[in-house]
Design a protein around this ligand. Structure first.
Ligand SMILES: Cc1ncc(COP(=O)(O)O)c(C=O)c1O
Length: 364
């Protein structure tokens, strides 16, 4: 029998999610967000240690809301890494703010603090720091917090890929900034199909976020609007799934770390492929990211042998969507050689061995 295709990433739902959905449907609820959404928010707040959690419809809108809630306006500049999912800059571009691209550190792929410092102008209002694949900047999060204070700008954390990862000081990633944002899209460590969450310790910002996501309503259930707002609400169906997924998160965090370690051992001593490092005491490898020689050939070879991979994000300033002038050698290098190996939490040890063996065979 032919080996099954190893997909690069897939979400993972089980009987528990199915049962939770069926039970909810029997209650004849309104499906719009209510008690289960509150429970899901509470679980995320407890897990991350944040005072407040507010869930929204996805992890792009969550960033947009974070920016609006902290007072960023059209024309303001926001520093973003040049290596990230394009949602990071798009989230502020959406309302006319200007994303300014900053290159990333070679080892972590998080924003380079010295380049960030140079990119700050009188128009800069915030740094949107992305924890790339769960990692934090080598320069240290404290250095970014200090830079934000020194320059009088805000630190917002795009932790979309980083649920389960912490800073060495013990804080969950997303808690250093005034607001931290997560995504529950299909490839994430837990998923609700689509979905995003914001965490903050600031009571005023939390209530602004709640108002903004619900048409600017002064309070639930009425039609009094003292400020502009939108409709970025969640649903109880997503919350039913999210609650069950949160229960599985600790086991997934542990398995992701094992998977990375197995790849690390399986690809040891190879000059042609270099995995990005993780300090497994703190960070959770969401995707297995690597720089590889002859990337496109390797990708085609693996595909031909039933193994799916994904090319890592191209440098954003060079994407047609932006086309902004600038030299960003690290993100450009990743754009040429970066490859995500199969990274689903469901991967078996045998799957990983097969991938490693195939990679070795390609380079031999
Ligand atoms: C770093 C980063 N920011 C933002 C997003 C956007 O999240 P969503 O797909 O939930 O809109 C993603 C999603 O992949 C991401 O990886």
């Amino acid at each position: 029998m032919a080996d099954k295709f190893i997909i690069q990433m897939r979400p993972w739902f089980g009987e528990e999610e199915k049962r939770a959905l069926c039970e909810y449907m029997d209650e004849e609820g309104f499906i719009t967000e209510f008690k289960r959404t509150e429970r899901f928010e509470q679980m995320i707040a407890e897990y991350t240690g944040a005072r407040h959690c507010i869930v929204v419809n996805n992890g792009t809108i969550s960033l947009t809301l974070a920016a609006i809630a902290t007072g960023i306006q059209a024309g303001d500049e926001v520093l973003v890494p040049n290596f990230t999912m394009i949602a990071t800059p798009n989230s502020v571009k959406m309302f006319g703010a200007v994303p300014v691209f900053v290159d990333v550190e070679e080892t972590t792929l998080c924003m380079d603090i010295e380049l960030a410092r140079k990119a700050i102008t009188s128009k800069t209002k915030a740094i949107m720091l992305v924890a790339a694949n769960g990692r934090y900047p080598k320069a240290g999060i404290a250095a970014f917090e200090a830079l934000a204070v020194e320059k009088g700008i805000m630190l917002i954390e795009d932790a979309a890929q980083s649920l389960g990862s912490i800073y060495p000081d013990g804080r969950h990633i997303g808690r250093a900034g005034i607001i931290g944002s997560f995504s529950f899209s299909a490839p994430k460590i837990i998923s609700t199909g689509q979905g995003g969450a914001l965490i903050t310790d600031d009571d005023r910002i939390a209530s602004t976020l709640r108002r903004l996501k619900d048409f600017g309503r002064a309070s639930g259930g009425n039609d009094v609007h003292n400020s502009i707002g939108y409709n970025f609400k969640f649903t109880e169906l997503q919350a039913c799934i999210g609650i069950e997924q949160m229960k599985k998160l600790p086991a997934r965090v542990a398995r992701k770390k094992e998977i990375w370690q197995r790849y690390r051992d399986g690809l040891d001593n190879m000059a042609e492929i270099r995995l990005f490092e993780h300090d497994l005491r703190y960070t959770v490898p969401w995707f297995i990211d690597a720089l590889v020689e002859r990337r496109d050939e390797l990708q085609a070879f693996l595909k031909g042998h039933g193994i799916g991979t994904r090319v890592m994000y191209p440098p954003i300033n060079k994407q047609k969507a932006y086309g902004v002038f600038g030299n960003h050698p690290v993100s450009e290098h990743v754009g040429r050689e970066g490859l995500w190996l199969p990274s689903a939490t469901q991967l078996s040890d045998q799957d990983i061995e097969r991938v490693c063996a195939m990679i070795r065979r390609f380079y031999e």
